[in-house]
Design a protein around this ligand. Structure first.
Ligand code: HEC
Length: 168
């Protein structure tokens, strides 16, 4: 009996050692998508589905939002973004993603808007790739999108993020 328990413990330990680094790498930093709209869309829908992420700290589900975004919004952050916000890191790190679902007042999904930090992608404007797609998953805006950048420049001192303070 003791022998079996001991073997089980060894086996479990081995599994943990073998599996843990893989799990952490895949979830946190491995295989981040290219700065490409379809690659990013696939990533946040299939590879690391944003619906399982945390809400942006300080926000609630179906929070009331402002024009041009949804009247009601759910704002999700991936692990890298969450950590930077909680640590008050000053800026978001390479690989950070914020996904905002925008709903009409009648709670119909109108569009999803995304900010994706990709180091070296657009150094003049915070290195973000911007993405907007519809409920049908059709891409409406992607890349170094001027209108997105222009308005988010109001939050330049906060690394272009409007909703969560990144500094103490
Ligand atoms: C006219 C101003 C304006 C424009 C244009 C704009 N945004 Fe925003 N954005 C905001 C404001 C204000 C917020 C804060 C949420 C709110 O009140 O709606 C926000 C929030 C966000 C957030 C949540 C993270 C954060 O910064 O708080 C994302 C993601 C986002 N916008 C993406 C986009 C994308 C993608 C585009 C372009 C397709 C875009 N935005 C265009 C003003 C703008």
């Amino acid at each position: 009996m003791g022998q079996i328990v001991r073997s089980l413990m060894v086996a479990t330990g081995l599994c943990a050692v073998l599996l843990l680094p893989t799990a952490l790498t895949a979830a946190d930093m491995g295989k981040m998508p290219a700065a490409d709209g379809q690659a990013l869309l696939d990533y946040i829908i299939k590879t690391d589905p944003y619906g399982k992420w945390d809400l942006m700290p300080g926000t609630t589900k179906m929070r009331p939002g402002k024009e041009p975004h949804g009247a009601l919004q759910n704002v999700y952050v991936n692990k890298l973004a969450l950590k930077a916000i909680n640590d008050k890191a000053g800026t978001l790190p390479d690989g950070a993603i914020i996904v905002k679902e925008n709903y009409m007042p009648d709670k119909k999904l109108a569009a999803v808007t995304v900010m994706y930090k990709k180091k070296g992608y657009n150094p003049g404007a915070g290195d973000y790739m911007w993405l907007k797609y519809g409920p049908d998953l059709k891409i409406m805006v992607q890349g170094k999108a001027e209108p997105c950048i222009q308005c988010h420049t109001q939050a330049k001192a906060n690394d272009y993020v409007v909703l969560a303070p990144l500094k103490k």
